[in-house]
Design a protein around this ligand. Structure first.
Ligand SMILES: *[C@@H]1O[C@H](CO)[C@@H](O)[C@H](O)[C@H]1NC(C)=O
Ligand SMILES: *[C@@H]1O[C@H](CO)[C@@H](O)[C@H](O)[C@H]1NC(C)=O
Ligand SMILES: *[C@@H]1O[C@H](CO)[C@@H](O)[C@H](O)[C@H]1NC(C)=O
Ligand SMILES: *[C@@H]1O[C@H](CO)[C@@H](O)[C@H](O)[C@H]1NC(C)=O
Ligand SMILES: CC(=O)N[C@H]1CO[C@H](CO)[C@@H](O)[C@@H]1O
Length: 487
């Protein structure tokens, strides 16, 4: 076989020819890059070259050795394979074939702790690792995803051109920038997915409120959402929901009402919640969104319980138009809280991991291409641009004003839902967070007293913070101290 000349070599290789992989290759090809395609099942490569990739500059590889020979140096190998052991398996197979300075990119949905481990492992071997979040689904991959790369920083100059050419753009700006060290890219993608859980749950609660309290039919709610899509709530999820609610099946009937109310999940929302619990961040809305899916999945149990447990009549008797506007404002306010909590989590983990996360840059990456893309993220970008050290998003003037303006509607919706017996876990937890966060005094003084009473865990006085004391509350009991037991 004649050796491939350097000029004919590929700019990047892509492993894994499922739909996302294929679309990303075609996207790269459109932008003028030569891509070498590889899949473990080699017939898949031939099929791709003679079908979807016909007439393009895409080349194929018959083995990993063949693939590596066809790449320009430093070699860039991107994997779009199932998260987990498949990623480690390919890494092990690639290591002996690659040279110092070559780059392995994982574009799958890996857990960020795996990416931390992989970047450390590969850097020890002289290779560079990039763990990149890729969001936007199949369409995004084909025409412009949001890309969130992190890992070995020396890799960025070599992949920047490709990544920023294929990604989505908003006002000419690419929705892709370097996120940070090690697992930062996959971490930010995880938080993105968690926020997506929250956004979806909030929209579902709004739909349920309009349906159950006002008795509005789905297509009418769809029309309302179309209007909301022209307000602060302008977003991809609002837009597709407006369409879903008006979609009719072949019988001419609204499809969404026929779908079984049992939500699935793949785990990124759960990971976000676990991470928040581990590092002590009150990420209540995303956690509620995950639990709401769990509760929904108890369909059979709920059907049984609905026959035995009774609540109030759901009908709202006040002004319909005014209530619809109240729900819109409650949704907006709750959404602000959800993003504020997401950014709190990123801030904390960045601190714990010693990552320099650029919060405004992250908002810009999410502004286009991905599932949570929205006009709203432009406002978040502006907030972090004007103050990169912003303690909390809800302390930014724009969002502070928005919360104040929505506050009375928000309270009305949450209390009305409680009175009518319509579950609004995400709306409610957002409001509870707002009220907790803006309170200088919470009842945790009593928690500290209780802990000291039964466990001698000690407490601080308001007047002497930092000084821990114990009180002999009962007048009996032995010489207990907080180290004796933990209850
Ligand atoms: C609630 O309103 C619906 C129409 O929106 C009506 O059909 C139903 O009878 C009402 N239920 C009660 C208990 O008032
Ligand atoms: C939602 O708004 C966007 C732009 O702001 C627009 O492109 C889209 O067509 C709208 N979708 C619906 C369903 O109204
Ligand atoms: C990743 O590891 C950190 C530190 O060990 C832990 O706190 C966090 O919960 C882990 N994340 C996930 C999703 O398991
Ligand atoms: C608590 O007070 C009682 C009664 O004054 C005393 O007998 C006991 O030793 C005290 N316990 C401690 C741990 O100081
Ligand atoms: C890594 C890999 O080989 N991925 C894909 C190869 O093609 C089959 C069939 O389309 C996919 O299922 C694999 O995920």
């Amino acid at each position: 076989m004649v050796a491939t000349r350097e000029s004919e070599k590929a700019d990047i290789a892509l492993i894994g020819l499922a739909v996302m992989g294929q679309n990303l290759i075609l996207n790269m090809n459109d932008r003028g890059f030569v891509v070498c395609a590889y899949n473990r099942t080699v017939e898949k490569v031939d099929k791709f070259l003679s079908n979807e990739a016909k007439g393009t500059k895409v080349i194929g590889a018959k083995s990993l050795e063949d693939m590596v020979k066809k790449l320009k140096k430093p070699r860039k190998v991107m994997m779009l394979v199932k998260a987990g052991s498949a990623v480690d398996d390919f890494i092990e197979k690639l290591i002996p074939l690659l040279e110092k300075g070559d780059i392995i990119i994982d574009g799958g949905n890996s857990e960020y702790n795996d990416s931390i481990r992989r970047s450390q492992y590969l850097e020890k071997k002289g290779l560079l690792f990039v763990g990149s979040g890729v969001s936007g689904g199949e369409d995004g991959a084909r025409y412009g995803p949001s890309l969130m790369p992190g890992g070995s920083e020396q890799a960025w100059p070599h992949i920047k051109d490709i990544f920023q050419s294929i990604c989505a753009r908003v006002d000419q700006e690419p929705c892709c920038d370097w996120v940070g060290e090690q697992g930062a890219g996959h971490f930010v993608k995880m938080v993105h997915n968690g926020i997506e859980y929250g956004d979806m749950q909030l929209i579902c609660e709004a739909y349920d409120l309009l349906k159950s309290s006002l008795g509005m039919p789905s297509d009418e709610i769809g029309k309302v959402f179309e209007k909301w899509n022209k307000t602060e709530l302008d977003s991809f999820l609002m837009e597709i929901t407006a369409e879903i609610l008006q979609f009719r099946d072949s019988k001419g009937e609204i499809l969404v009402e026929k779908i079984r109310d049992k939500a699935g999940q793949k785990g990124t929302g759960k990971w976000t919640g676990i991470t928040a619990l581990d590092c002590g961040v009150p990420l209540t809305l995303i956690a509620e969104a995950v639990f709401a899916r769990c509760l929904s999945s108890l369909k059979d149990e709920r059907v049984e319980a609905s026959k035995q447990l009774h609540g109030p009549n759901n009908n709202y008797t006040g002004d319909k138009g005014a209530f619809i506007e109240d729900v819109r404002k409650a949704l907006y306010a709750s959404k602000i809280i959800s993003y504020a909590q997401g950014f709190m989590l990123m801030r904390q983990v960045a601190k714990d991991q010693n990552w320099r996360l650029n919060m405004g840059g992250i908002a810009l990456m999410w502004r286009g291409g991905c599932i949570i893309r929205s006009v709203f993220l432009g406002d978040i970008k502006r907030a972090f641009d004007s103050n990169p050290n912003l303690q909390n998003l809800i302390l930014d003037d724009f969002f502070k004003d928005a919360l104040h303006a929505c506050q009375s509607s928000w309270r009305k919706v949450v209390s009305t839902a409680a009175i009518l017996g319509i579950p609004t876990p995400a709306f409610s937890t957002a409001l509870a967070f707002f009220d907790g966060y803006r309170n200088s005094r919470l009842p945790a003084n009593l928690i500290q007293a209780q802990r000291d009473y039964f466990g001698a865990h000690t407490y601080e006085l308001l007047s002497t913070p930092g000084q821990f004391i114990h009180t002999n509350w009962t007048g009996h009991g032995g010489k207990i101290s907080s180290s004796t037991y933990n209850a």
